[in-house]
Design a protein around this ligand. Structure first.
Ligand code: ZN
Length: 593
């Protein structure tokens, strides 16, 4: 590890987890701990817990967890060293020098950001020059005003294979920096560098900190591809960034976010005064995007093109966003128009009206179903009713259900009571299978984290839970290490990850170094930190006796003797039920103490 221990100590002392986290999450005290809505996945009931005692956090919903550095890494989307820098800045600490190893990557990131900024300036200047007239004409044809062009930093990439390359080389950027930034590439044939964006209007993608992290480019004619977007780079990941969120985040909490298909729609909306519009970047909508939305708002308006592809994309996005528990509204632009077409030919008030009238996704799904059946025939109505009852049965809120049952019964002219009965019947039928799915989801979430951090734990559950119990105690009570050390060698730990942690604990202890999550953060991935936080959380607030330690050690000795043959498929239903119950108890204990 390149950073001195004393520095990390200082850093974690001056950045207590409670105050760091509370800048992002509204956390409320509950006993010794603090709870709030998880910033890493959408949820309605808080399962994100901060443990001031161990300076750690853990989410029961998605398994995110770790120390204060891991928290910043995740929420600010930074690598380890940048997260440390972030916290150092926050606390007014100077970074120690000679952190060379990580510095190379960190420096590359910085150079890529600088290259992007320089490129954005070049594209914008070109747009405003005589050479950029075609680009400017294009923007004007879309009715973008000059102030919109300036606000979004729009530009034009000239029809040249080396204009940008020449300019940025002149400014001192190296070939490898320009390649890393996804601005230029080396030709296989000639070996020369060439510009990736040519004869396109250029839209810089700016993150919430104001950095230019990528570009989208659109052709002016019919050539292909119509849109060209930066690939993933050291500063940009398509699946976890939203265009215009830097502007939209300020009003998102009040106005909700309008999710569009493309950045041209977004720009048109912002110009019309709807500054809460965002779009995914040249990729389909992902869960990461949905979680990002959920970090800023409670309500999402979906605004997709009226064509088949747009509607299909909308359906997919609804399914993903619904998982976050956000309130979803679907916007219908009349006459099958695309959003920016509509904005060009109508005053903003008309769009405001669309927003107000936007149906939520239940209405949208009922309407879709309605189109699939011939409602003027008795058979068609019956089939529609059956499927619609299925949709309504899926609603968790009784009030919501009642509203739609009422709506549907009056639209179709059927008895409300009968429809209600039908919905309840389906709910009951679903309940059994829902219960089953819910239980498996709980197991799967814990499993997922374990699978990523310590896959062998799933194979050897008994050994792994003894190891976890033991490690949790040792991290919280390092004074216990001498009592375990002589009785259990690292090789007697069955799962490799836990063995590695145990070795590291013993090593640090022998050198008289402190054992805390923050000191481990440099060496472990986010998933591994989540898993470690889960382990530590399991040991919080428990009295520790030597008998407990001995019991864990006995299990591990026993497992060794049994040749580690017992695996998960040998577990009985009772075993599984016990584990589930223990997990439930741990969760309650964890948040209520
Ligand atoms: Zn979570």
């Amino acid at each position: 590890m390149a950073l001195p221990e004393s520095f990390i100590r200082d850093l974690t002392d001056k950045n207590d987890i409670e105050s760091v986290v509370s800048a992002y999450v509204n956390i409320k005290r509950r006993g010794r701990n603090l709870v709030g809505l998880c910033p890493f996945h959408g949820e309605k009931t808080p399962s994100f817990t901060v443990y001031p005692e161990t300076a750690s956090f853990y989410c029961f919903g998605c398994g995110a967890g770790g120390d204060v550095i891991t928290f910043i890494k995740r929420i600010e989307n930074l690598d380890y060293l940048d997260a440390v820098k972030f916290l150092a800045d926050r606390a007014g600490l100077r970074m120690p020098e000679n952190t060379q190893e990580n510095d190379a990557y960190s420096r590359l990131r910085m150079r890529v950001l600088e290259a992007n900024r320089a490129a954005a300036k070049f594209f914008h200047a070109t747009l405003m020059s005589p050479q950029g007239k075609v680009g400017l004409d294009y923007y004007h044809s879309r009715k973008y005003s000059n102030s919109t062009i300036t606000r979004f930093g729009l530009g034009y990439a000239p029809d040249s294979f080396h204009a940008l390359y020449d300019e940025l080389s002149r400014q001192g950027f190296t070939d490898s920096e320009l390649e890393a930034a996804w601005l230029c590439r080396r030709s296989q044939k000639s070996g020369r560098m060439y510009d990736l964006f040519r004869n396109r209007v250029m839209i810089p993608i700016i993150d919430i900190r104001g950095n230019v992290i990528a570009f989208g480019g659109r052709v002016l004619d019919d050539s292909k591809p119509k849109y060209l977007n930066s690939g993933d780079t050291p500063v940009f990941k398509k699946s976890s960034n939203l265009f215009a969120l830097n502007f939209a985040k300020t009003t998102a909490a009040n106005d909700g976010l309008i999710l569009c298909e493309g950045y041209m729609d977004v720009i048109a909306l912002h110009q019309a005064g709807f500054t809460n519009a965002v779009a995914a970047l040249g990729t389909s909508f992902t869960e990461e995007h949905a979680n990002l939305l959920a970090r800023y708002t409670q309500r999402v308006y979906l605004l997709f093109d009226a064509d088949g592809a747009g509607q299909k994309a909308a359906q997919k996005a609804i399914a993903i966003v619904r998982k976050t528990g956000l309130d979803i509204r679907v916007l219908h632009v009349p006459d099958g128009k695309d959003p920016d077409e509509f904005l060009r030919s109508n005053p903003p008030e008309m769009f405001r009206k669309l927003l107000e009238e936007a149906s939520n996704d239940v209405e949208y799904r009922l309407m879709k179903l309605g189109r699939q059946h011939l409602l003027n025939t008795a058979d068609g109505r019956a089939a529609y009713l059956r499927e619609a009852a299925g949709v309504l049965a899926g609603l968790d809120s009784p009030i919501e259900r009642d509203v739609y049952i009422g709506q549907l019964s009056s639209t179709l002219g059927v008895d409300k009571g009968a429809l209600k009965q039908e919905v309840e019947r389906i709910r009951q039928r679903n309940r059994r299978s829902q219960e089953k799915t819910r239980m498996t989801t709980v197991v799967r979430q814990a499993d997922n984290l374990t699978k990523k951090a310590n896959p062998e734990a799933l194979e050897f559950p008994r050994a792994a839970s003894a190891e976890e119990g033991l490690l949790g105690i040792l991290i919280l009570h390092p004074d216990m290490i001498p009592k375990v050390q002589g009785k259990l060698s690292p090789s007697q730990m069955v799962t490799p990850f836990n063995r590695r942690v145990y070795e590291q604990i013993l090593d640090r202890h022998s050198k008289g170094l402190l054992i805390e999550l923050s000191f481990l953060a440099a060496d472990y991935s986010e998933e591994e930190m989540g898993y470690l936080a889960q382990i530590v959380r399991g040991a919080v607030g428990k009295d520790v006796s030597e008998q407990d330690l001995q019991a864990y050690i006995d299990v591990l000795h026993d497992e060794e003797a049994r040749g580690r043959n017992r695996n998960v498929s040998d577990m009985s239903d009772e075993d599984i039920r016990d584990i589930l119950q223990a997990m439930k108890k741990a969760q309650q204990g964890g948040t209520n103490t």
